[in-house]
Ligand binder design. Structure first.
Ligand SMILES: *Cc1c(COP(=O)(O)O)cnc(C)c1O
Length: 430
């Protein structure tokens, strides 16, 4: 596979951006080598500047449930661009998108749009503290909620793979009220509440973890979080930036039947444009400015281009049978991964929830961050590079989930299953 032009352009990027990138995981540090430079995307495929084609299982890290450059999304953006790209004032599309969101997530009695998941994370923490008058926050090891200081204790995603014990530049005072528990271990949460329950404002969790590979919640775990927080007057926050619209149209809260007090959304909600949202109980959301004393604002929040990208994406995604088709493709992929690994005698834990998937080269079940540590990262890296060479792009890190779009149905999944063997053969060779 030729990569001359990518190499040249990446060298140029390094003269502008630290590590050549605008977000760390893109730099391939975890798997080694250099990233390709994208020329364009279409449906399930990315094409690089050297003319190579890749089946894309990242989909912009989740948002692109319809694949790249879906005609309905492109048309909606084109139409809106001619009407103006930003107003900094109220417009009709905001409520249209909010209506769709609330139909799918009834727990969002009121909501607010922001520009990223990180912003949603900052806002829910401030709001939870402002509403409860308490300071402490409980999060889980390996969960990532964006890069706000307060949430960068034991975080997932790039923070994990870079092996940063904590993040430099975050003062101890910023995380002194951040308590860390173990995912799928309700007792670890109970212990924290026993010690200082009256000071805990909220528990924040990725209900299905996607920033530490894929970790699936045990049935009782999320329900236990609901009852522990209720008992102690703390709020339960679901970070559904990744799981929203993906594990189920109504997110993990619909899939597992647990209603959080506050929810963060992002990724899919913007259909590939920068959008985040947070919302929840009316009495809590009414504490937000201009109704209440908790300040939060954004120059480009509710941006009309972003709203129509989200609207057009979700209206296609909700059409009967579309989500189910994408789930079917995800299941075929996971079965293919299991079968391929088994053929080569490689231990593999491969799982999916809705249209999110993940796999670990591990002998043991993987239920929490700690379990991921014993997975064979080198085998993953060999697998990753062999698959990339074959034209299939999985996330360039053993600690990231993968994403399927409905556009993967057909040629893309068939091609993937046909070349998987090359990946496992490489994974086996040390
Ligand atoms: C991606 C992600 C975020 C951060 O969203 P950005 O838009 O990258 O700021 C927060 N929480 C979860 C669960 C995510 O997957």
């Amino acid at each position: 596979m030729n990569s001359d032009r990518s190499h040249e352009l990446f060298a140029r990027a390094k003269t502008f951006f630290p590590g050549g990138v605008n977000s760390p995981v893109r730099a391939f540090r975890s798997v080694g080598g250099e990233p390709f430079i994208v020329k364009h995307g279409k449906g399930p495929f990315l094409f690089d500047v050297d003319g190579n084609r890749y089946v894309d299982y990242i989909n912009s890290w989740g948002p692109l449930v319809l694949g790249h450059a879906h005609p309905a999304v492109v048309a909606a953006l084109h139409e809106q661009a001619q009407l103006g790209t930003s107003y900094g004032a109220c417009h009709e599309r905001e409520a249209e998108l909010a209506q769709v969101v609330r139909e799918l997530f009834p727990s969002l009695e009121l909501m607010r749009f922001v520009n990223s998941g990180t912003e949603a994370g900052m806002a829910v923490i401030r709001l939870a503290r402002g509403f409860t008058g308490r300071r402490k926050i409980v999060k889980f090891e390996g969960c990532y909620h964006g890069h706000a200081d307060v949430l960068l204790a034991k975080a997932g995603s790039g923070v994990l793979t870079l092996g940063l014990p904590d993040c430099a530049g975050v003062p101890p005072s910023a995380v002194e009220d951040t308590l860390v528990a173990e995912f799928n271990n309700a007792e670890s949460v109970e212990r924290l509440f026993d010690a200082c329950g009256e000071e805990i404002a909220a528990v924040i969790v990725e209900p299905v973890v996607g920033n530490c590979g894929l970790l699936v919640p045990e049935p009782a775990f999320l329900k236990a979080l609901r009852s522990i927080t209720e008992k102690h007057g703390a709020l339960l926050i679901f970070d559904e930036v990744m799981t929203g619209f993906r594990v189920h149209l109504g997110g993990a809260q619909a899939l597992y039947g647990v209603r959080p007090d506050l929810t963060m959304l992002g990724k899919v909600i913007g259909g590939g444009l920068p959008v985040g949202a947070f919302g929840g109980r009316r009495d809590i959301m009414e504490r937000l400015a201009p109704l209440g004393p908790v300040y939060q604002a954004g120059t480009l929040s509710g941006n009309p281009l972003a709203m129509v990208a989200g609207l057009s994406t979700l209206s296609e995604w909700r059409k009967p049978g579309v989500f189910e088709r994408a789930v079917g493709v995800t299941e075929r992929l996971v079965e293919g991964l299991r079968a391929g690994a088994a053929n080569h005698g490689l231990p593999l834990v491969a799982q999916s929830v809705g249209t999110m998937f993940g796999f670990f080269f591990s002998e043991k079940p993987v239920r929490s961050y700690r379990d991921t540590l014993s997975a064979d990262k080198d085998a993953f890296n060999r697998f990753f590079h062999a698959m990339l060479e074959a034209g299939v792009y999985f996330a360039p890190s053993a600690f990231e989930a993968g994403f399927v779009s409905v556009a993967h149905d057909g040629e893309a999944i068939d091609f993937t299953l046909a070349v998987l063997d090359q990946g496992f053969r490489a994974a086996k060779q040390r």
